[in-house]
Design a protein. Structure first.
Length: 209
């Protein structure tokens, strides 16, 4: 789909999707895998850190409130310290891990889940349309795709936005972006907390995987 230019910031060129209004870095300027991995390993995301758990609770709490007992959940893009997986596991759920750098388990992508959680991961997607198609195929009917990312709201502040300055952040979503993704599949979208979107597959949806 054709896009229109959004703006250039310190040598990095951004575009705006005319359909979903996401902002994304020019594909030619995406970081190489070794640059990505080095940046991720520098993050201090300790699963035992109370402050990090409080941060993740913004997604975990509303997700836990709707999961059935012993639900099957995939932590997609879990990184080197899968704290969310630990929190969900402590609540009695069966959690699988997938991360292209740290947990590249193809078997985790051959199952279906009651929920797929993506915390601070979707902004790294180099091919977001294909990634969301993959995530949709991992959910059973009635399942929820739970996403946490910092929503873009103010174009005037985009250049100095701390989220934009992370070199591995290549796509930025608005709330309307997630509503567009859900509507394209006739799914339900809600935002149960700030910077959190839940996209729920209808129970009668018999979409082939």
């Amino acid at each position: 789909m054709a896009t229109r230019p959004f703006q250039s910031v310190r040598g990095r060129d951004y575009h705006r999707c005319p359909a979903c209004h996401a902002t994304f870095l020019d594909p030619a300027q995406r970081p190489a895998p070794d640059v990505e991995r080095a940046e991720y390993t520098a993050h201090e995301n300790d699963p035992a850190d109370p402050s990090y758990r409080r941060f993740l609770a913004r997604l975990a709490d509303p997700l836990l409130a709707r999961l059935p007992p012993g639900a099957a959940v995939l932590d997609y893009g879990c990184g080197p310290g899968p704290a969310l997986a630990a929190m969900l596991g402590e609540a009695g759920h069966r959690v699988s891990l997938y991360d292209p750098f740290f947990h590249p388990d193809a078997a985790a992508l051959a199952q279906v889940y009651d929920a797929v959680a993506c915390t601070e991961a979707v902004e790294h997607f180099h091919h977001p349309a294909a990634e969301f198609d993959r995530l949709a195929g991992l959910l059973r009917p009635g399942g929820v795709l739970a996403v946490m990312t910092c929503f873009q709201t103010d174009d005037d502040r985009f250049a100095d936005w701390h989220y934009r300055r992370d070199p591995t952040h290549v796509v930025f979503y608005r709330e309307e972006t997630f509503r567009h993704i859900a509507a394209a599949r006739a799914w339900h979208c809600e935002t149960p907390a700030r910077n959190v979107a839940f996209l729920t597959r209808p129970r009668g949806d018999d979409m082939d995987r």
